[in-house]
Design a protein around this ligand. Structure first.
Ligand code: GLU
Length: 475
């Protein structure tokens, strides 16, 4: 409930200036959980006032990533670029109330004047010059000299800012465009927002937002919550250049949205009993903004991968097969549609499910069934066959025995045990050349089930080809 007693109205307000970042997704999710838990509204607002950096394709990416994560919105998307009149009108009101003043200072002049000044920011040069607003003139907010502005933050407690440390900040640029801090406050008031839940990096501008909110007589201030920054394993803030941060990348790699969502929820919050795997209903039920942590949250890709594996294994087989479909075509698949056959895939799918961390790993694991020509890992071939003199007799024996053996995993295993024994090898050592010859790789699915699905003809043809190849190399 809010101070006013009604259900909360939260908003997610991304700037469409790049790929949708996992930090943005975490912010969206926390807002959404608050709205869903308390029966409130989740408003989506696209903050595209920076015309040079904003692009419609980034907006589309954000909408599609939110939908993928199952984060639906009740209102919007509003676009700030379509709400310009509201910001101009607010600026006129503030100017009429003498809360804004026009300023024609150039950045270089301000910097020159500030050289010996310990307080950074604007020095108030134009405060009392009485300039008329006009082209080339910014409008600045007249911050009171005295007093303190307090930000009530659910995560951090009260954060106090002495007004003397807040510069007279720009609300309308010299180009006439509104600045982000004004647009945010005007919209939050107009949209009846009760909770502003956003990234920690916005905390320094929040006292400015509070001053504007009060100046615009916006009524009860929203509840603020500044979420902890996401860091990598070196405790550095996640960066686009260094870390994998785009939600889209994870989607393309075959992460499940429910795993991603669960993992994102734990970046700064955990349920009281420390459980880690939580369904959406549990998250909605248990998430509390008051319990969000203030310290930086480690975005651990390995842990996310682990979560994803857990979620993949929890799918039933039919669902796993269904959800693998988009990952069985290019660019994941190295085969063509003509050589793909769903039947053998479905037979091996339960075994695949146990062994992949992402859906993107499915195609490489079953490529031995469908890729023509058959792709051989040359390093594995060298190790298990070309450089192992004991491999040839195993392959020859298997080639012969496999011509008449019953073709099921159990019988094939029994045959290979017999071959291994007569060659004086452990089963694993006897399997290695057969696996590489027939599957093209030293790792992957269990050999005997794979052979069963591959079929007698193809298995023998591949063993023969390997023998020929090694023969050619050894001759
Ligand atoms: N548009 C800002 C951003 O993308 C968010 C501002 C806010 O939530 O108040 O970082």
């Amino acid at each position: 409930m809010t101070a006013a007693g009604g259900p909360p109205r939260v908003r997610f307000a991304p700037s469409p200036t790049g790929y949708f970042h996992v930090g943005g997704a975490r912010t969206a999710l926390y807002n959404w959980l608050v709205a869903r838990r308390l029966g409130g509204a989740f408003v989506l607002r696209i903050e595209d006032t920076d015309r040079e950096r904003s692009d419609e394709s980034w907006t589309e990416g954000i909408l599609s990533a939110l939908s993928w994560l199952g984060i639906d919105w009740d209102e919007g998307p509003y676009r700030q670029s379509e709400r310009r009149d509201l910001y101009d009108e607010a600026a006129r009101r503030l100017y009429a109330a003498r809360l804004l003043y026009a300023c024609d200072c150039q950045r270089a002049d301000v910097e020159a004047r500030n050289k010996d000044n310990p307080t950074p920011g604007y020095d108030g040069f134009c405060r009392d010059r009485g300039l008329e607003p006009g082209p080339g003139r910014a409008l600045r907010f007249r911050v009171p000299d005295e007093g303190v502005t307090v930000v009530h933050d659910v995560v951090r407690g009260d954060v106090e800012f002495a007004n003397s440390t807040i510069e007279d900040f720009v609300v309308i640029k010299s180009s006439g465009d509104p600045l982000f801090v004004l647009a945010v406050v005007v919209d939050d008031i107009a949209m009846g927002i009760t909770h502003v839940i956003r990234a920690e990096e916005h905390l320094p501008t929040t006292p400015k937002a509070v001053l504007l909110w009060e100046a615009l007589e916006g009524g009860a201030l929203p509840v603020y919550a500044h979420l902890p920054v996401l860091v990598n394993e070196k405790r550095q803030k996640l960066s686009k250049r260094r870390d994998r941060v785009a939600v889209e990348d994870y989607r393309m790699l075959g992460y499940l949205p429910e795993a991603m969502r669960n993992y994102l929820a734990l970046l700064g919050w955990a349920p009281a009993d420390g459980r880690e795997v939580l369904s959406l209903a549990e998250l909605v039920d248990e998430f509390r903004l008051e319990d969000v942590n203030v310290s930086p949250a480690f975005f651990d890709e390995k842990r996310l991968l682990h979560f994803n594996g857990l979620y993949i294994r929890a799918l039933d087989d039919a669902e796993f097969i269904d959800r693998s479909q988009p990952f069985l075509v290019a660019p994941y698949a190295t085969w063509t549609d003509e050589t793909f056959d769903p039947v053998p895939f479905e037979r091996l799918a339960p075994l695949v499910k146990e062994r992949v961390g992402t859906l993107g790993e499915v195609a490489p694991m079953v490529a031995f069934l469908f890729a023509e020509p058959f792709v051989m890992d040359e390093a594995a071939f060298a190790k298990a066959i070309a450089n192992d003199p004991g491999a040839r007799p195993i392959l020859e024996a298997a080639y012969d025995v496999f011509s008449a053996s019953p073709w099921d995993a159990e019988s094939l295993k029994a045959e290979l045990i017999a071959i291994a024994e007569s060659a004086g090898r452990k089963l694993a050592k006897a399997q290695a050349p057969i696996r590489v010859a027939t599957m093209g790789s030293a790792v992957g699915l269990p050999l005997f089930e794979s052979l069963q699905v591959l079929g007698r003809e193809r298995a023998r043809a591949r063993i023969a080809a390997a023998l020929e190849h090694v023969g050619a190399e050894q001759d």
